[in-house]
Write a protein that binds this ligand. Structure first.
Ligand code: BJW
Length: 247
């Protein structure tokens, strides 16, 4: 197996997806065939789905909260923690996962691009209440309301068709810019992601355009696999612990 050199010249930007949590027992989107209760997840987890049936949306997220609370980080998460300890500020982890497992494993420099399962916010864009931690598994058939304005609460998740937080995107871009300006070696590694959802799926092209090196660790060839220079096929929990050569 190829090894990825992580030395004092390396700046490592990691992108993770649902495959990294799969070995912890969290179902992937592709694994569910993109369906939940026979409905496309893209319909349930969308602004339109929430407007149409907020109870169904909360049932979906309450079920996932209950499931994610019971699982633990796996060796893939742990390998990334070790790499971060080695590289310090020359490491950044952008995750599409909302399950919080990276932070629970000990990762600190984390950007949760698609939000967080254990955070809720008011659905009223004019409400001043900021997003807040919320581990509640709401009873089926209920929809929580905002204490401040009475509107419906919603999960703090980026649904299809919604904008990602511009601060998150800036943090990722600034990391790459800083790496290139420092004259260091910028490495982008994507793990456990289908490469089908943007803007995350476009990160590989941006890094290549900036002159960075690109690696993919995935169970199968993701949709954008041909954009990567290195592809290590396998389970992230088995590959990542062996991949990094810390110098
Ligand atoms: C293993 C493994 C193991 C298994 N080890 N591997 C440009 C072009 C075309 C369209 C667009 C575009 N830019 C934006 C869009 C629209 C849209 C989009 O991307 N659509 C595509 C379907 C084409 N994007 C958006 O709407 C985004 N917003 C945005 O860009 O705003 C501006 C804008 C809006 C509209 C138009 C244009 C611009 C928002 C995207 C938000 C995504 N949110 C979700 C769901 C939230 C619901 C929830 O979590 O409850 O986030 S979608 C879902 O997909 C979830 C995931 O984070 C995301 C990525 O999935 P991921 O992680 O890749 O998982 P899987 O299951 O798909 O794949 C797992 C992979 O792991 C597989 O390959 C397995 O083989 C592998 N695997 N076990 C290693 N053990």
């Amino acid at each position: 197996m190829e090894t990825l050199l992580l030395d004092s010249n390396t700046w490592l930007l990691v992108l993770t997806g649902a495959g990294v949590s799969a070995e912890s027992g969290v179902p992937t989107f592709r694994g569910m065939n993109g369906l939940w209760e026979d409905q496309p997840v893209t319909e349930v987890a969308s602004p339109r789905g929430f407007a149409k049936d907020p109870m169904r949306v909360w049932r979906f997220y309450s079920q996932r909260r209950a499931g994610a609370a019971d699982v633990s980080p796996n060796p893939g998460h742990e390998a990334l923690v070790a790499w971060e300890r080695h590289l310090g500020d020359r490491f950044l982890l952008a995750t599409q996962n909302v399950d919080g497992l990276h932070r629970r494993a000990g990762s600190q420099r984390v950007v949760e691009m698609h939000g967080n399962l254990f955070t809720s916010r008011c659905s009223n864009p004019d409400c001043t209440r900021p997003p807040f931690p919320d581990t509640t598994v709401y009873a089926s058939g209920t929809v929580p309301g905002c204490k401040e304005c009475g509107a419906l609460l919603r999960p703090h998740i980026v649904w299809f068709g919604e904008q990602l937080d511009p601060d998150d995107l800036t943090r990722i871009e600034s990391f790459a810019v800083k790496a290139m300006r420092s004259g260091g070696r910028l490495v982008f590694l994507a793990a456990g992601t289908s490469g089908a959802v943007y803007p995350a799926a476009g990160m590989v092209d941006n890094v290549r355009a900036a002159g960075g090196e690109t690696w993919l660790v995935n169970l199968d060839a993701s949709e954008n696999a041909s954009s990567f220079e290195h592809f290590v096929q396998g389970k992230s929990g088995e590959v990542l612990p062996k991949l990094g050569r810390l110098v």
